[in-house]
Write a protein that binds this ligand. Structure first.
Ligand code: ADP
Ligand code: MG
Ligand code: ZN
Length: 492
């Protein structure tokens, strides 16, 4: 390869909003119901049925727009995007073409930051670079149904439960230049939207879907090359592979004197290659026109102010504040702030008097371990800050030792059990009566002359065995530190 090429990428990101009901009817948006049970005449496109806009959809779209520095369109409208496909019962999708609700925004992305979710967990952060990715627009639209092809030889089935689930589509400008920037952009969007509670943004489950538009051009060129659009990317890994693969494919075409064709391609992660799905259609192919069944949405200053006032402290601001306030390592801060739920638990537990580093350790070690084991997301954590603070206190006051605390925590993690009650009911209080512990220690010394001899002969480690024996006889309910001290005292 003689020339140097630059990759140019713009993303279209669909996010399923966390409303309870669909965008134009009262049907449930719950995932996983029996096929075609969350449906009604509206979301199955029955003639004569009329859509009614769900106000919460507008609020979530505004919230995301404000969080991404967009202008809010005061007078926005819905349009029909016409196409025939069996997952689309009306033969048009209600979307926004002419007056999308948000325009001209941007997000600041950080490159080189450690992501605790990913493979590189535990690594030091690199030098952090900042970049702005502009957002062209955000519009509201409805999702389509789901076709199921694979299990029957000669028929396809359709499930309309997802038909009419509210989506926002976030369209970026072609500002990204690498897979790393794309991932950072998606992470930023995901965190922002999760902090807002507007969606859980799961790529694997399809509540966040990214279409990657990619072109290449010679370094130094000021014009963009012809782009392709890739669909079916449901993990950061497959997005990264698809980008690398498509960049190479386009460069090969150009180098061998060919022309890149503007088309939609599907990336097959297993094979590591993409194939053409269809040539790219233009907006005019869809015969868009304003939907006559829906009145325009007029958004007042007052409504915008209300949505603004309800915005949470977002992650970048939280990270800076934590650095000032809590005196815990940056790595802890990165991890805790990845989920708003986790950050809320942290702040409240500390406010209730627990030591920040101790709370952070519970979140970083046991919480993360159990989340991973149960394949759960941090925003689904159920234990309350009050109970975590109590657990820390139980350990501080030596009512229970660390091992017992882990057992109690595992139960708290399940159902927010009150740790004080749990310790009481299960008789887990440790033996703090030093007389009783002394007795056990003496008995253990007597029963283990060999270890005693080793210890006295200078083998410091032999005491560990004796501590273990005492802990065993005390059924774990002793403080190992105290046991150690008593043994040393008796043996001196
Ligand atoms: P369409 O309306 O045909 O879908 P848009 O102009 O809305 O096209 O662009 C769709 C996406 O493609 C946007 O995210 C945009 O940033 C991106 N894009 C446009 N042109 C290019 C290009 N030459 N290379 C890479 N991405 C591009
Ligand atoms: Mg588009
Ligand atoms: Zn419905």
């Amino acid at each position: 390869m003689s020339k140097e090429y630059e990759t140019v990428i713009g993303l279209e990101v669909h996010v399923e909003l966390a409303t309870k009901t669909k965008i134009f009817c009262g049907c449930s948006t719950a995932f996983g119901g029996a096929p075609n049970t969350h449906t009604c005449p509206v979301c199955t496109g029955m003639p004569g049925s009329l859509p009614v806009l769900n106000k919460q959809v507008v609020e979530y779209a505004m919230a995301v727009g404000l969080a991404t520095n967009c202008e809010i369109t005061r007078h926005c409208k819905f349009d029909r995007k016409n196409y025939f496909y069996p997952d689309n019962p009306q033969n048009y999708q209600i979307s926004q073409l002419y007056l999308p609700i948000c325009r001209n925004g941007h997000v600041d992305i950080e490159l080189g930051r450690v992501s605790v979710n990913q493979k590189n967990a535990g690594k030091e952060a690199g030098e952090i670079r900042h970049k702005q990715v502009r957002i062209h627009e955000i519009h509201m639209e409805e999702d389509a149904g789901k076709l199921i092809h694979d299990e029957w030889a000669d028929e396809s089935l359709v499930d309309y439960n997802r038909s009419g689930v509210p989506l926002i589509e976030i369209v970026s400008e072609p500002d990204m230049r690498s897979a790393e920037e794309v991932i950072a952009y998606l992470e930023t969007l995901r965190q922002t939207i999760q902090y807002l509670g507007a969606s859980d943004c799961k790529l694997q489950e399809g509540s966040m879907r990214a279409d990657v538009n990619l072109s290449v051009r010679e370094v130094g060129s000021t014009e963009f090359g012809t782009r392709t659009e890739m669909k079916n990317l449901n993990s950061f890994t497959s997005i990264t592979h698809a980008i690398e693969n498509e960049r190479e494919r386009q460069i090969d075409i150009i180098e061998s004197g060919g022309k890149v064709v503007q088309e939609t391609r599907r990336f097959d992660d297993a094979k590591g290659e993409s194939y053409a799905m269809r040539s790219k259609e233009d907006a005019q192919d869809y015969r868009y026109f304003p939907d006559p069944d829906l009145i325009p949405v007029d958004i007042s200053d007052e409504w915008i102010e209300r949505v603004k006032a309800a915005q949470p402290e977002f992650r970048p601001a939280k990270i800076e504040r934590y650095k000032e306030e809590y005196g815990i390592p940056d790595y802890d801060i990165e991890l805790i702030t990845q989920s708003k739920r986790m950050a809320d638990i942290f702040e409240e537990s500390v406010r209730l008097g627990a030591d920040a580093k101790k709370v952070s350790n519970w979140l970083m070690v046991e919480t993360m371990r159990l989340l991973k084991e149960k394949n759960m997301d941090a925003d689904k954590l159920v234990f309350s800050p009050a109970h975590l603070a109590k657990l820390v206190e139980l350990v501080d006051k030596k009512v229970i030792n660390n091992n017992t605390a882990k057992e109690v925590f595992a139960q708290m993690f399940e159902d927010d059990t009150d740790p004080v009650k749990y310790v009481e009911e299960h008789g887990l209080k440790q033996e703090n009566d030093s007389g009783a512990i002394k007795e056990i220690c003496s008995a253990v010394i007597e029963a283990n002359p060999k270890s005693v001899e080793d210890y006295k002969g200078g083998k410091e480690k032999a005491i560990g065995f004796l501590v273990g024996q005492v802990m065993k006889q005390a059924k774990g309910k002793a403080d190992p530190g105290t046991v150690n001290e008593i043994l040393k005292e008796l043996l001196s």
